[in-house]
Design a protein around this ligand. Structure first.
Ligand code: AMP
Length: 364
């Protein structure tokens, strides 16, 4: 696939998933002269409003997938909970980038941690929990506090529970639904950071500046660039993300979330890999020449990667749930750029939009 001809303007990019990431990818693709076809089971998908074509069908609908494959020139995805079988079935008919292997390695938290550890990259102590009886041996490995997380389908802190000293481990196992899980040591961290990078079909890589992230209730609240970390640590974080992207032979944007732990011997511990554009890269739209969305489209299309240098400092704030009601004040705020996702229903914990607050680089 990386050797096939570039995708030319006028061709159609198929995107699996219709959330805000798909919406922002479709806008970037349109600006480059492509048309996007969004495939998503949810008929209220925010990406539909900005796409040239849509398919509303379940991810296992073979007939709908075949028709979709026949109408696009390349397929990509905007979130990692797409069934692997869907991607594999499409890949038999049409180029799919990133390769389904990137999804396979990251949609299961256990496989993901094994990959990271196998590369000799720091990760918190972890153990598999396949049945109730595993939980005690897993706790012996991680100590307490520890987080019990479902292996699959977790996001924004969902599908996970903390086990503290005195907590009943079996109760924790029940609370996540007694599904295959991974237990991981709770990391005492100084801060959280992430690296968003792109890897092209020609294997070149461009990383954006490291972002410093604050999560509230497991959901990203803000990303700040530049991050307040020493340059050497930022370089190390970028090198780690690069090694992961190369190991996966990833093509497209990839994000790696890390803890800066308070333990000086193992400062950087990887929390999660996302084989796609990422919320902690939303600042790039207003802080860089080429946003993460355009960069992803360039990478998968076989175009040269764009400039990832930061021209401004940015604080990105997510508008979660009712916070979106502040839009009139945000629209009037100098130096703030408002991005709304067009979601009709506001729910607690739902990402409704974000705002990028810009200041000249070096002023903050
Ligand atoms: P996740 O859904 O796994 O990315 O977790 C969401 C957020 O929960 C992370 O960004 C952290 O703020 C927190 N968290 C997750 N795992 C750990 C851990 N092992 N130690 C400390 N905090 C964690």
């Amino acid at each position: 696939m990386p050797d096939s001809p570039p995708i030319r303007p006028g061709m159609v990019i198929g995107i699996l998933g219709g959330g805000q990431l798909g919406r922002m990818l479709a806008v970037a693709a349109a600006e480059m002269g492509f048309a996007c076809h969004i495939y998503c089971p949810d008929q209220k998908s925010p990406a539909f409003a900005v796409a040239a074509a849509r398919t509303i069908a379940p991810y296992d609908d073979e007939a709908a997938l075949a028709a979709f494959a026949g109408s696009v020139d390349i397929v990509t995805f905007e979130f990692e909970n797409i069934p692997l079988a869907t991607l594999r079935s499409l890949a038999e008919k049409v180029p799919v980038l990133p390769d389904p292997r990137s999804l396979e390695a990251t949609q299961d938290r256990l496989v993901e941690k094994q990959l990271i550890a196998g590369l000799g990259i720091g990760v918190s102590a972890f153990a598999q929990v396949a049945s109730q009886s595993d939980i005690y041996s897993a706790l012996a490995r991680t100590g307490r506090p520890a987080l019990l997380k479902t292996r699959r389908l977790g996001y924004d802190g969902k599908g996970q529970t903390l086990i503290r000293t005195g907590d009943d481990p079996v109760g924790a196992w029940r609370s996540i639904g007694e599904v295959p899980a991974v237990l991981e040591a709770f990391v005492p961290f100084e801060r959280e950071i992430s690296v968003v990078l792109a890897r092209g079909r020609d294997r070149t890589m461009r990383a954006y500046d490291v972002a410093e992230n604050v999560h509230v209730d497991g959901i990203l609240a803000t990303s700040t660039v530049p991050a307040s970390v020493p340059a050497a640590l930022a370089d190390e974080a970028i090198a780690i993300a690069g090694r992961i992207a190369e190991a996966l032979e990833h093509v497209g944007v990839l994000a790696v979330e890390m803890f800066v732990s308070t333990d000086n011997r193992k400062r950087l511990l990887v929390n999660e890999i996302a084989p796609r554009v990422h919320n902690s890269g939303h600042w790039t739209t207003d802080g860089c020449l080429c946003s993460q969305f355009e960069q992803h489209i360039r990478a998968i299309a076989g175009w040269p990667l764009g400039g990832a240098e930061r021209h401004d400092d940015v604080v990105m704030e997510n508008l979660i749930g009712d916070a979106v009601a502040e839009w009139p004040a945000l629209a009037a705020e100098p130096g703030a750029r408002l991005h709304l996702y067009g979601k009709t229903e506001t729910r607690p914990g739902r990402k409704m939009g974000h705002v990028n607050r810009i200041s000249p680089a070096g002023d903050t």
